[in-house]
Write a protein that binds this ligand. Structure first.
Ligand code: GRF
Length: 192
């Protein structure tokens, strides 16, 4: 059974897709802990509403070198996490985490990597770049996480059309819907 530790910085709709898939039995597992670098992230509210242990941890709460990674690891290990999911997490993970959970950390990105990824490619920036480049297709990618932004091997991609009148917002909304499908699907790959 999967015991999923989630990192999220924002609204947490992808976190919700994991919670719902577990509750519906589509994914054999549970979300066991949620960590956010943003104390105001709605993802923390979603976790609290489900009685999932949730924590605000950042360089501000843990300024001493190494203490942030140590606390993150403690919390995930205490709650038995065996898969880590970055569901809209805006920070690079400390190397202690990627080392400890090597090949057990995945991220969802709202574009077809390896294009439109890397530092600065988050939120509306991604969709703006896709539209400005005149792409006809975009989509979402779930990939393994390593020490470099949006870099690890790809697990699943799904495409959507880019419409002539798309704005970053309309394209983001179309992509978010498929993110909610492929993220639980990707997590399920770790069951065997
Ligand atoms: C998603 O588009 C995800 O691909 C990106 O950040 C966004 C998070 O959305 N990494 P939410 O917080 O899950 O609603």
């Amino acid at each position: 059974m999967l015991k999923i530790g989630v990192y999220a910085s924002g609204g947490g709709t992808n976190l919700q897709s994991l919670i719902d898939a577990c509750k519906e039995g589509a994914l054999k597992g549970e979300v066991v802990a949620v960590i956010s670098n943003n104390s105001k992230a709605y993802a923390l509210v979603r976790a609290a509403e489900e009685n999932i242990p949730c924590f605000h941890l950042s360089g501000k709460t843990h300024p001493e070198k190494g203490s942030l990674a140590k606390r993150m690891l403690e919390l995930f290990e205490k709650n038995g996490a065996n898969l880590i999911v970055l569901a809209g997490y805006m920070k690079l993970l400390p190397p202690e985490i990627t080392k400890r959970y090597r090949d057990r950390i995945i991220n969802i990105h709202p574009a077809l990597l390896p294009k439109y990824g890397g530092k600065g490619m988050y939120g509306p920036n991604v969709h703006k770049a896709v539209i400005e480049a005149g792409e006809k297709i975009s989509g979402a990618t779930v990939h393994f996480v390593d020490e470099i932004f949006d870099h690890g091997a790809i697990l699943i991609q799904r495409t959507v059309p880019v419409m002539a009148d798309d704005t970053p917002e309309t394209l983001a909304a179309r992509i978010l819907k498929i993110e909610h499908q492929i993220l639980p699907m990707a997590a399920g790959m770790f069951l065997c």
